[in-house]
Write a new protein. Structure first.
Length: 438
């Protein structure tokens, strides 16, 4: 990150933490011209912020600092146990028989280079939700790995990649993660950079095998090519990254369910619809976990009237967006147009395979009647189709559309992409945003 043109928000995190927890420089901190900014042995706090942020530093800040009460493999293990104990749902997702040997043990044996321990400590103290998220993802991914009978070396890599996977976000402006308003393309691009930021600092350490840094780089890639930052597909997405992505999906689905206020769809159903993006082998153990979660949640009273009203509105929105794409002449945008029509065909294929006619939502819901199970299944399908449209629009914008072209100069297809994204955002669909920020 170029600290001259754009201050690194990480410096703010570090100096703010220094006000409440002792951070000391272990060497002189120099700028890129060799000027000594902070002498070795200096206590770091917010009074040094201006001095540090105005210069491009010679070495990453993590190399030059020591923090009291830093994260250790043992404290990670303790935090993982605490998280499991405080989140009954997470505990339910993970089979008891796996917990100690297969899931917690790899976490307790992670190798922490001092610089990574420092960064992780800053994350724990300044961004506890992100720290807990990374532990949660590591736990769920290790649960899948236990089902797949991965070797202890593979599980060790997975635990390490899981614990570091979103650390790149510590270098991004915290306001990017405020989900109340839609992000501009430029802001979205910043979020898309977080796997690369983490990859670049991890690859500096020979002790972290490239399997780990590659997996961190790829944790938002998807098998169907719909992910970022490179749009990799199939076997190019390494197994550790697949498991991290699938673990993330489970947490996103649960969050959406909580945010929607009532139980509109089952976790297991949404997972099934995502088999193509994450791979059958990866998704199957998660479906088992999801069934346990769904079973426990099914005691929650449901309101099928509200569910059906919401569902009908969602179907209308989806049909409107899909029809909007059909009327567009795509001359001049061949590559982008091919990408979009390819993905939209998959969306329509999902409806056809399930025998659902989206064009007549009221009739369809009348046939379903008050069958809660059928409403839930249909909702899962519609939700997933919307999610695919949304991620297609975002990927196309990311790959082919230049930042902030004035509306009057946008191609019709670009306009459609922007409108689809905004319509879905205002209808409350922020699922990919949630994934990005987790
Ligand atoms: Fe991420
Ligand atoms: Fe994440």
């Amino acid at each position: 990150m170029d600290s001259l043109t754009q201050p690194d928000p990480y410096i703010k995190h570090v100096t703010t933490l220094g006000d409440i927890q002792q951070i000391v420089s272990t060497e002189d901190i120099l700028n890129d011209e060799g000027v000594n900014l902070v002498k070795q042995g200096t206590r770091i706090d917010s009074s040094l912020y201006e001095r540090l942020v105005r210069h491009k530093l010679l070495r990453p800040l993590d190399n030059s600092l020591n923090v009291e009460n830093a994260v250790t493999p043992l404290s990670l293990l303790t935090d993982a146990k605490r998280l499991l104990a405080s989140e009954p749902e997470l505990e339910r997702a993970i089979d008891d028989s796996f917990i100690q040997r297969d899931i917690l043990t790899p976490l307790g044996t992670i190798h922490l280079e001092p610089q990574m321990a420092f960064k992780l400590t800053v994350c724990r103290e300044q961004s506890i939700d992100r720290y807990n998220h990374m532990i949660r993802i590591a736990l769920v991914a290790l649960y899948i790995a236990a089902h797949l009978r991965w070797s202890s070396v593979e599980r060790h890599d997975l635990a390490t990649a899981g614990i570091f996977h979103d650390l790149g976000e510590m270098h991004l402006e915290p306001t990017l993660f405020d989900r109340s308003k839609p992000l501009t393309l430029a802001q979205r691009r910043q979020i898309y950079s977080h796997p690369t930021i983490a990859y670049l600092f991890l690859r500096e350490f020979p002790t972290y095998h490239p399997r780990i840094s590659f997996a961190v780089h790829q944790h938002h890639e998807r098998l169907d090519g719909s992910g970022y930052p490179k749009g990799l597909a199939g076997d190019d997405v390494v197994p550790v990254a697949r498991l991290l992505g699938a673990a993330e999906l489970l947490t996103v689905i649960r969050l959406e369910q909580k945010n929607s206020g009532n139980r509109l769809f089952s976790t297991a159903e949404v997972l099934k619809l995502n088999t193509e993006r994450f791979g059958c082998e990866t998704i199957l153990p998660l479906i088992e976990a999801a069934k346990r979660i769904d079973k426990a949640a099914s005691t929650t009273p449901q309101n099928s009237v509200t569910n059906k009203t919401t569902l009908q509105a969602r179907m209308r929105l989806l049909v409107e967006i899909l029809q909007g794409a059909k009327g567009i002449d795509v001359d001049g945008d061949e590559e982008m147009a091919a990408f979009i029509s390819n993905h939209l065909e998959r969306v329509e294929g999902m409806a056809n395979r399930c025998g659902v006619d989206l064009n007549a939502p009221a009739e369809l819901l009348a046939i379903i009647g008050d069958d809660d199970q059928a409403v839930s299944e249909l909702n899962a399908l519609v939700q997933e189709m919307i999610f695919l449209v949304q991620s297609t629009a975002r990927e196309a914008l990311r790959r082919w559309v230049k930042d902030e072209i004035p509306e009057q100069d946008q191609e019709p297809l670009t306009k459609w992409l922007r409108n689809a994204e905004l319509a879905l955002h205002s209808a409350g669909f922020q699922s990919e945003g949630v994934t990005e920020t987790l």
